[in-house]
Design a protein around this ligand. Sequence first.
Ligand code: ADP
Length: 459
Amino acid sequence: ISPDDPNPATLVRLQHLFEVNGDKLSQIAKHMVAEMKKGLATDDSTLKMIPTHVVRRPKGDETGSYLALDLGGTNFRVCEVTLDGRGGTRVRQSKHTVTDDLKNGTGAALFDFFAECVKQFLLSDDQKEVTDKDLHTNEFKLGFTFSFAVNQVSINSGFLMGWNKGFSASDCVGKDAVVLLQDAFRRKRMNVSVTALVNDTTGTLVSHAYSAPDTYVGVILGTGTNAAYVEKIENITKYKKDPAGAKDMIINTEWGAFDDEMVVIPRTKYDHKVDRGTANAKSWTFEKLISGMYLGEICRYVLVDLVKTGEIYIAGGTKSKTLSVPHAFETAFMSRIERDHSLDLSDVRTVLEDLMHIPGTTLADRRLTKAICEMIGKRAARLSAAGIAAIVTKMNKLDGCTVGIDGSLFELYPHFSNRMRDAMHEILGFSAENIVLEQARDGSGQGAALIAALAGKLT
Ligand code: ADP
């Protein structure tokens, strides 16, 4: 072998650890279908299968102007969505970062921040010239996309079951997210009524269906991962309310917690290390194998281990302090590394030497780094595909439907969608051709506005 190639023994060992072959994927999908069924009947399943109370998908003829507030994980957006009644929308939005201090401070401070962002957003509309006085005289209707597991008791009420994705704000778990937000508006004397509480997966499904009516599944592959789909109400046996003539309801699967009992997916010691470093250890473990918040961290643990065993970065691995900083190796770095097709992997060098401060990398080091990113990125794509295959199988939609997918991982990580497609083929065979995976951009805010519009129609 050439000195520019990584040690084949190292490569094979790691490949073996991270590989999830077609048979295993089918097994995983099958287990997920079983857990879905269990979760529709009882609370005793890793899949919470939350009834969203959204019983209609849009027809495309909805009209009106709605506010939406979208808390995903990394980003927080305020939008005003105007529905044109012909399947089109006009969106004005502002984007904010939720700092770690806000994520981990008091609930009141977090929700005050949301209300303040809405206030500034409304005051900054140069077309309508909204004044301070208008804020408490005019009524604004708002759909709240709150992408955490809530026990949803109605379209505009849901109790937070637990935080994930790095949030731990106090006095929120067990509380109604709508009341928390509504109280924050009241403290600022703003006349905003929160008419819909929506999960981002549901929002993505609904907004994608506004323009692509064959959409029956919404998936998020961003900071976290989750999926929602359309289920027959008669199958949701734990749902005891009268659905008022409706036949279908969107179910929020909360698949991030799939296999938390660890019976079907092979895990590596690196996955366990990542899990132990989180605020919600031993839960949402499926998410921790897949989403943007964790992939870079899995990679970092592998690299740290290989530095210890002397299998990588012999010249400078031990000199890098950055490599031992949690989350210093970002998932976006993996994207950059996988996108580098230059002969000497010069961009991989930039990431390793300039951003991770590992001096003197060899071509073999860089090739090994790229191969590791590929293994971890591929596994994430394949596991999420197993989830989609399970949902489509459960819905009996193997003859065709569209899946709207939102999130930076799906949008920006090279080969992610192709890897998903390959895995879908391995699990579903030719039927995979009938399942369309489509990018849904910023759909969750728009979806919240649509659901606010649909909720208005129902009452
Ligand atoms: P959210 O899920 O919070 O609404 P995003 O969909 O933008 O927001 O996802 C943010 C996540 O995407 C972060 O965890 C980040 O690590 C990851 N990310 C950002 N840029 C990239 C990229 N170029 N490639 C892969 N992942 C990325």
